[in-house]
Design a protein around this ligand. Structure first.
Ligand code: FA5
Length: 350
């Protein structure tokens, strides 16, 4: 029996040295030390020994068991370390040149107000349309009742491409396409046209605290039977009270735009100076924000809509100026400056 026990210890040592897998180790443990294992079998047969032999063999068996258990735990530790090493080696290398702790970006204030306005109008059933920045003379002027020789063009001098197209000077340039897109649903299915179309506009003009050569507007139109100025005023009021979340002073005064009749200028009391007068409002205390009016019959006709049957309103919200007022930006030029110190302070407060 002594020899058998020594053999088990020697074989265990040899066998363990060849194992390289944790699951093989477990099989080995069951095979040698488990309930039906080799060593357990020997321990069970000890009853047959003489009273003199039994304690000696018992002691030896315990020593063999303890040494096999020690070898097993050392081998287990070795294999676990090897496995961890393999995992580490398979991980992507740490690249010390990758910049760490970069400051997070923030949305541009104009994007923030644009999204806010879109959400407000969507909740009132308007669709949001996208339109190109390069448009034709017809889209930007002719279809809006502004023929080639019309003096209203002087107010909106813009940048022309060699092919005769131009950078749109107003989001109204999308009106004609929107009417044509939705007129069939209006006439055949009685679905009112309710759309907003935000976009970047360009004008060749001298810049100051409230004028940029590149700025954003958001146009809105609604066309249906029996649309009146009351509908226009309701939507304008709802939009402004939701954007500013407080009462603000507005005034509506007559304004001329060839594509609306009647036309209005909607001004808001300057929120930079509280209406006292400052450079942001050209010292008038008021800021032109959202001209609007009832769509001119000729414009509806150009869009394929019968003005005898349908009426509508349109507005052209100055999104860049709205961002100025909402965030207290005194000079419009700061918004296009790319100055991250200035721009990164705005956050979406939703
Ligand atoms: C228009 O552009 C008309 N298309 C608006 C309109 C639409 C009228 C539908 C009626 C019906 P106006 O040129 O006033 O109008 O510009 C509209 C708004 O855009 C202004 O009130 C102002 O808020 C903003 N805006 C105009 N020019 C500039 C500029 N150079 N810099 C910054 N914002 C400007």
């Amino acid at each position: 029996m002594k020899q058998k026990l020594e053999d088990i210890r020697a074989r265990a040592k040899e066998q363990l040295a060849t194992l390289s897998d944790l699951s093989d180790l477990e099989n080995f443990r069951v095979q040698v030390l488990g309930k039906k294992g080799e060593l357990t079998g020997i321990l069970k047969s000890m009853g047959a020994l003489s009273a003199e032999e039994r304690p000696k063999m018992g002691q030896l068996a315990n020593e063999v068991r303890a040494s096999i258990e020690t070898m097993l735990s050392e081998k287990t530790k070795e294999l676990k370390e090897r496995e961890m090493q393999r995992e580490i080696e398979s991980m992507p290398l740490f690249d010390i040149s990758v910049p760490q702790n970069l400051a997070r970006g923030a949305y541009h204030p104009i994007t923030l107000v644009q999204r806010e306005c879109e959400a407000i109008f969507k909740s009132m059933g308007f669709t949001v349309e996208d339109y190109s920045e390069v448009v034709t003379d017809y889209e930007c002027f002719e279809s809006l009742n502004i023929p080639k020789d019309h003096p209203a063009r002087d107010m909106q001098d813009t940048y022309y491409l060699e092919n005769g197209q131009l950078l749109k000077s107003q989001t109204s340039a999308a009106q004609n396409a929107i009417y044509k897109k939705y007129k069939d649903a209006l006439v055949n299915d009685g679905v009112p046209i309710k759309a907003i179309f935000p976009g970047r506009c360009f004008r060749n003009e001298a810049t100051d605290a409230c004028h940029e050569n590149t700025f954003f507007q958001m146009e809105g139109v609604m066309v249906d039977k029996n649309i009146s100025i009351s509908n226009l005023i309701y939507f304008m009021k709802t939009m402004l009270s939701e954007v500013f979340r407080k009462d603000i002073k507005v005034r509506l005064r007559p304004g001329f735009f060839p594509f609306v009749e009647p036309g209005f200028e909607l001004d808001i009391s300057c929120l930079i100076c509280g209406g006292e007068g400052c450079s942001s409002c050209k010292h008038s205390g008021w800021l032109e924000l959202c001209p609007c009016g009832m769509i001119h019959p000729e414009v509806l006709k150009a869009g394929g809509i019968d003005p005898e049957e349908y009426t509508g309103f349109a507005f052209g919200l100055g999104l860049t100026r709205l961002a100025m007022m909402k965030y207290g930006v005194k000079d419009i030029r700061d918004l296009n400056s790319g100055n991250l110190k200035a721009l990164s302070q705005f956050t979406d407060d939703e």
